[in-house]
Design a binder for this molecule. Structure first.
Ligand code: MG
Length: 131
């Protein structure tokens, strides 16, 4: 069986936070505000994977009221979700990510982000796209 998931997330930029996007720490004067490290890319990917497998959404799986996830590395969400999917017999064919951001410029980061996502999802880099 072939299934498709769509994930979405939005975080605002704020001062005094590191900017983490797609698992990359990016030099920037502002970072994303959120309960975890607020990695909006990894949150949307997690959300899409959960959706494709019919496992709800990231808010169900990792509630922002849970102190375990305060400032946590969002790659935890991706890794755990991947394990859940694999346990249920699912395998990821490809991931396509769209980032909407006023800043920073995504162009210089896309290739590294793609590589990082591929490693995290244990996919060939050709199976991951960032735009
Ligand atoms: Mg989020």
């Amino acid at each position: 069986m072939f299934r498709v998931g769509i994930g979405h997330d939005t975080h605002r930029l704020g001062p005094g936070r590191p900017l983490i996007l797609g698992g990359l720490k990016i030099e920037h004067p502002r970072g994303l505000v959120g309960h975890s490290d607020a990695d909006v890319v990894l949150h949307a990917v997690t959300d899409a994977l959960l959706g494709a497998a019919g496992l709800g959404d990231i808010g169900d799986a990792y509630p922002d009221t849970d102190p375990r996830y305060r400032d946590c590395d969002s790659s935890l969400f991706v890794r755990e979700t991947l394990q859940r999917l694999n346990r249920d017999g699912w395998r990821i064919a490809n991931v396509d990510v769209i980032v909407f951001a006023q800043e920073p410029k995504l162009g210089p980061l896309k290739a590294r982000m793609r590589q990082q996502l591929a490693e995290l999802l244990r996919l060939d880099v050709q199976a991951v796209n960032v735009k």
